[in-house]
Design a protein around this ligand. Structure first.
Ligand code: CP
Ligand code: NVA
Length: 330
């Protein structure tokens, strides 16, 4: 597998073999880290991290992965740079390409990260846009492989807002890897028709299946994995909470729903999650709408079936694999 100088903007740009290769590499790097074996494969290089939205996992993963690979890194926060305000994306791309060996970007529209990559002469990595979150999917799939030993044939169910970054990227990932993808959501929360059509064409090649289900109980039947994400994503106005709760409450992942999946099913979430009232937003919205949790109950989140913290750790190992491979170190 030679991914040198490739951008990592969305899984649609990668073949199933390349995706599997990145997951293999992540597993190898994880084993090295656990065994205390140094792997400074990118020694002397430097990367820039641009965050136009907040982050815990993605930022920490890029920073620690960079350090483990021997690289320096600079974090540009949502307010602390000229990007977009005094300097265009195209100019920023060319400036940073002269100083750094790779650039991570988290922001709003996918077209922004695509524009950055177009003008940058070093690899650009998508750290989340409204449309896609590809590094998250690698971590999710590494976790599924650790749990079930395979990806192909896994019954993967995504519950909730399936037309934003997580629903979109998981559908693409499942199609690429020959998995059985189900979205459990009201019709207006299904991914857009063009992306579904693209994934259906991929699925015909890989043996994957795609299903879109408005009945929550029907959606989770025979699931190996039940996955959910927040009902209101970063960058969306607070006013949408009310309509989202009304529309998506039937799709909350709770014990009743988990019981309808296979007994061996696992629960996954990209995090952060509103599973209790211990966050400012969770508390405010919980009290306003008389709920003790949103997309997942605390009981499921804390259950034996939940693999959310293993999944979060795997962000670091998979991001490390993406950087090492695209910087040509492996
Ligand atoms: N899952 C994820 O991307 O988390 P952060 O927003 O904390 O980076
Ligand atoms: N859909 C969420 C994912 C966070 C990792 C958001 O965009 O806020």
């Amino acid at each position: 597998m030679n991914l040198k100088n490739r951008d990592f903007l969305k899984l649609l740009d990668y073949t199933p073999e390349e995706i599997e290769g990145l997951i293999d590499l992540a597993a190898e790097l994880k084993a090295k880290k656990k065994a205390g074996i140094p792997h400074k494969y990118c020694d002397g290089k430097n990367i820039a991290l641009i965050f136009e939205k907040t982050s815990t996992r993605t930022r920490c993963s890029f920073e620690v992965a960079a350090r483990d690979l021997g690289m320096g890194c600079t974090y540009l926060d949502p307010t602390g740079s000229q990007i977009g305000k005094k300097e265009s994306i195209a100019d920023t791309a060319r400036v940073l390409s002269g100083i750094y060996d790779g650039i991570e970007y988290r922001g709003f529209g996918q077209e922004i990260v695509e524009e950055l990559a177009k003008y940058a002469s070093v690899p650009v990595w998508n750290g989340l846009t409204n449309e896609f979150h590809p590094t998250q999917i690698l971590a999710d799939f590494l976790t599924i492989r650790e749990k079930f030993g395979k990806l192909k044939g896994i019954n993967f169910v995504y519950m909730g807002d399936a037309r934003f970054n997580m629903g979109n990227s998981l559908m693409v990932g499942c199609a690429k890897m020959g998995m059985n993808f189900t979205a459990g959501a009201p019709k207006e929360f299904f991914p857009n028709a063009a992306l579904i059509a693209e994934c259906e064409a991929i699925a015909r090649e890989t043996g994957a299946t795609l299903r879109f289900c408005e009945d929550p109980a029907e959606a989770v039947k025979d699931a190996d994995v039940i996955y959910t994400d927040v009902w209101v994503s970063m960058g969306e106005p607070v006013e949408v909470w009310k309509e989202r709760i009304e529309a998506l409450s039937p799709y909350q992942v709770n014990s009743r729903l988990m019981a309808k999946a296979k007994p061996t099913a696992i629960f996954m979430h990209c995090l952060p999650a509103y599973h209790d009232l211990k966050t400012a937003v969770g508390k405010e919205m919980g009290e306003r709408f008389q709920r003790d949790a949103m997309e997942v109950t605390d009981q499921v989140f804390e259950s034996e079936q939940s693999v959310v913290f293993q999944e979060a750790e795997n962000r670091m190992h998979t991001i490390k694999a993406v950087m090492a491979a695209t910087l040509g170190a492996i």
